[in-house]
Ligand binder design. Structure first.
Ligand code: HEM
Ligand SMILES: *[C@@H]1O[C@H](CO)[C@@H](O)[C@H](O)[C@H]1NC(C)=O
Ligand SMILES: *[C@@H]1O[C@H](CO)[C@@H](O)[C@H](O)[C@H]1NC(C)=O
Length: 522
C-alpha cells in the first residue's frame, strides 16, 4: 500500500517538475539562447528585463508622450508624427540607430527602419518563405484566424492562388455601383444634417462605418441587417483586443487580461457562426442554381472557383472561407476608410488641392456617374492617395517572422524564428531618403515616380513588399477614388476648430479623437 502511495507521489513530483522544466525551457532557456544568437550576430538594443522584455519601457514612454501631447495646443497640425505615434522607437533610434533588437516579453524582435537593410535581407526570400509572428497569430486569432494575412508556406501559396482572381479588374468593376450607392446614402445623410443647422460632421466615424458597410457587401454580399450585425461584433472584438494595455509576448500574458481575451474569443465564435451560416446558405443556393449565381462579391467568386471541377487541392475549406471573410473585413475596411479620412484632413488644410481634384473630376467624369474605368484616369487623385499614405500610412508597420536563417552579410545572420517589425511610419518620414520637405504635403512628388522620389525603392511601403504585398490594394484604390470623388463633388470642407491632432495606432493609424470637419454644400 505504502509503495503505491510512494510511486504516486513520485510520479506527481516527476510530472510537476517536467511541467516546470517545460515552462522554464520555453520562457527562459530559449529566449536567452535567442538573445545570445542575436548578440553574436551583431544586434544590440535596449536592455530587456525578464519576463516583460522592453514592454515596461514602451508603456512608460507612451504615457509620457500622451500627457505631453494632450497638454499642447490642439490646433497645431504637424505631419511630423513618428515621435508621437511610436515614441519608444523614436527614442531607441537615437541610441541604437535604424536597426536594433527589442523584446516583447520573451519574444525577440528585430526593428527595421532602414530601407537599405530591408532590401538586403528580403532580396532572397520568397513570399512563401516568410512567416508571420506566432505571437500575433495567437493573439489575433479571433480576428484573422488562418486567413491570408496569417498563413504561411504552401498553405499561403494555395490561399493566395485562390484569392487573387477575386480581385481581378472585371470583378472589381462589378462592385463599383454598390460602392456608389452606399456612399450616396452617407452623403444624403450629411446634407440632412447641414440643412438642420449642423455643418460640423464627425467624418471619421461616418467614413469608417460606410467603409464597413462597403466591405461587408463586397466580401459577403450580405444584406444590411446581416452585415450590420457582423460589423458590430467585429468592431466590438477589435476594441476589446486593442483599446487597453495588454501583454503580448509575455509568458502567460494571456491570463493577465483574461476577461478581455475570453470576451474576444466569445465574439470570435459568434462571428464565425454568423459567417458560417451565410456561407452554407450561399452554397445551397449555388447548388440549386447549378453552380452559377451573381458573383458580385468576393465570397461569391471564391465559392464559384471552389465549385470548378479539377481544381481539387486548390480549394479552400468552409472553415478557411470563414477566416478569409474575417480577414477581408479587418484588413480591408479600416485601412481604406482611414486613408480617406486622413485625405480629408489634408485636403481641408490645402484647399488648393480640393480645387485641383474637383477640376480633374470635372474633366474625367463630368456630370455622369463614376465607374471603374474612370477611376484609373483620376491621376492627380492617385498622387494624393499615395502622398496621404506616405504621411499617414494607415497600416503603420509590417511584421514578419524569419523561417530559416537569413544571411545579412559575410559574418551576420538573422536567426530562424526572429520576429521582424518594420517601422513604415519612420521610413516614410526619413529626411535622409525624402529630403528636407519630407513632412510637407506635396502630392506632386508622385507625378512621375511610383516611389515619390524616395532615394530607396524600399523606402515607400504603404502596402508591404514582395510576394506578400496587399492583395486588396486595387480594390482599396477604387473605393478611395469613388468615395472621395463623390464627397468632393457635393461638398467643400474646412477643419473644425474642435479637431485635436492625435494620430495613434489601434491596429491601424487613426485620429484618436476623430475628425470633425465643417461641410458646405456646393
Ligand atoms: C489603404 C488600404 C490598405 C492598406 C494600407 C493595406 C495594407 C496592407 C499591408 C501593409 C499588408 C501587409 C503586407 C506585407 O506583409 O508585406 C497587407 C496585406 C493584406 N491586405 Fe491590405 N491594405 C489595404 C486594403 C486592403 C483591402 C481593401 C483588402 C481586402 C478586401 C486587404 C486585404 C489584405 C490581405 C488579405 C493581406 C494579406 C496578403 C498576404 O499576406 O498574402 N487590404 N495590406
Ligand atoms: C465644437 O464643439 C462644441 C461642443 O460639441 C459645439 O457646441 C460647437 O458648435 C463646435 N464648434 C463648431 C465650429 O462646430
Ligand atoms: C492592380 O492593378 C495593376 C494595374 O492594373 C496590376 O498590374 C496589378 O497586378 C494589380 N494588383 C493586384 C494585387 O491585383
Amino acid at each position: 500500500m505504502e509503495n503505491i502511495v510512494e510511486v504516486l507521489v513520485f510520479a506527481m513530483v516527476a510530472f510537476v517538475s517536467f511541467l516546470l522544466w517545460r515552462v522554464l525551457y520555453s520562457c527562459w532557456v530559449l529566449p536567452i539562447r535567442a538573445y545570445r544568437k542575436l548578440v553574436v550576430n551583431g544586434f544590440s538594443g535596449p536592455p530587456p528585463s525578464f519576463p516583460l522584455g522592453n514592454i515596461v519601457d514602451m508603456k512608460k514612454t507612451k504615457k509620457k508622450t500622451e500627457s505631453c501631447l494632450s497638454s499642447s495646443s490642439p490646433l497645431t497640425v504637424s505631419n511630423d508624427i513618428h515621435s508621437s505615434v511610436f515614441p519608444y522607437f523614436a527614442q531607441w533610434q537615437k541610441d541604437h540607430g535604424k536597426v536594433f533588437m527589442y523584446w516583447l516579453g520573451t519574444e525577440p524582435f528585430v526593428y527595421i527602419a532602414d530601407p537599405e537593410f530591408l532590401k538586403k535581407i528580403s532580396a532572397g526570400v520568397m513570399g512563401k518563405s516568410w512567416g508571420k509572428p506566432n505571437v500575433f497569430k495567437n493573439d489575433r486569432k479571433p480576428m484573422f484566424g488562418d486567413g491570408l494575412v496569417m498563413v504561411e508556406g504552401d498553405d499561403w501559396v494555395r490561399h493566395r492562388h485562390v484569392i487573387t482572381p477575386a480581385f481581378s479588374p472585371s470583378n472589381l468593376k462589378a462592385m463599383s455601383s454598390m460602392m456608389v450607392d452606399t456612399t450616396r446614402s452617407m452623403l444624403d445623410r450629411w446634407t440632412d444634417l447641414i440643412n438642420n443647422g449642423k455643418p460640423e460632421i464627425e467624418i471619421e466615424r461616418e467614413i469608417v462605418s460606410t467603409a464597413g458597410e462597403i466591405i461587408a457587401k463586397t466580401s459577403f454580399g450580405m444584406n444590411y441587417a446581416n452585415g450590420r450585425m457582423v460589423f458590430k461584433k467585429l468592431r466590438a472584438m477589435q476594441e476589446t483586443l486593442f483599446k487597453s494595455n495588454r501583454y503580448v509576448g509575455v509568458p502567460f500574458g494571456k491570463y493577465m487580461c483574461l476577461g478581455q481575451n475570453l470576451e474576444a474569443e466569445k465574439l470570435g465564435k459568434e462571428i464565425d457562426a454568423l459567417l458560417l451560416s451565410i456561407i452554407i446558405d450561399r452554397k445551397r443556393s449555388m447548388a440549386e442554381n447549378g453552380g452559377c449565381q451573381e458573383q458580385q462579391n468576393l465570397l461569391g467568386v471564391l465559392l464559384a472557383e471552389n465549385h470548378v471541377d479539377g481544381s481539387k487541392g486548390k480549394k479552400l475549406s468552409t472553415r478557411e472561407l470563414v477566416d478569409e471573410c474575417k480577414t477581408f473585413f479587418f484588413g480591408g475596411h479600416e485601412t481604406t476608410a482611414l486613408a480617406i479620412t486622413w485625405s480629408l484632413l489634408l485636403l481641408a488644410m490645402h484647399p488648393m488641392w480640393q480645387h485641383e481634384l474637383r477640376e480633374e473630376i470635372k474633366q474625367v467624369i463630368g456630370d455622369g456617374e463614376i465607374d471603374a474605368t474612370m477611376v484609373a484616369r483620376l491621376k492627380k487623385m492617385g498622387w494624393v492617395m499615395n502622398e496621404v499614405l506616405r504621411l499617414y500610412p494607415t497600416a503603420p508597420n509590417v511584421q514578419r517572422q524569419v523561417r530559416g536563417d537569413i544571411r545579412v552579410d559575410q559574418d551576420s545572420i538573422i536567426p530562424d524564428g526572429t520576429n521582424i517589425w518594420i517601422d513604415v511610419v519612420a521610413m516614410h518620414h526619413d529626411r535622409e531618403f525624402w529630403g528636407e520637405d519630407v513632412n510637407e504635403f506635396k502630392p506632386e512628388r508622385f507625378k512621375d515616380d511610383l516611389h515619390g522620389g524616395c532615394q530607396n525603392k524600399m523606402g515607400y511601403l504603404p502596402f508591404g513588399f514582395g510576394g506578400r504585398m496587399c492583395v486588396g490594394r486595387n480594390l482599396s484604390a477604387m473605393e478611395y477614388k469613388i468615395v472621395l470623388s463623390m464627397i468632393l463633388t457635393r461638398f467643400s470642407f474646412s477643419l473644425s476648430p474642435n479637431y485635436t491632432h492625435l494620430p495613434s495606432v489601434m491596429l491601424s493609424l487613426r485620429p484618436m479623437q476623430g475628425l470633425p470637419l465643417i461641410m458646405k454644400p456646393l
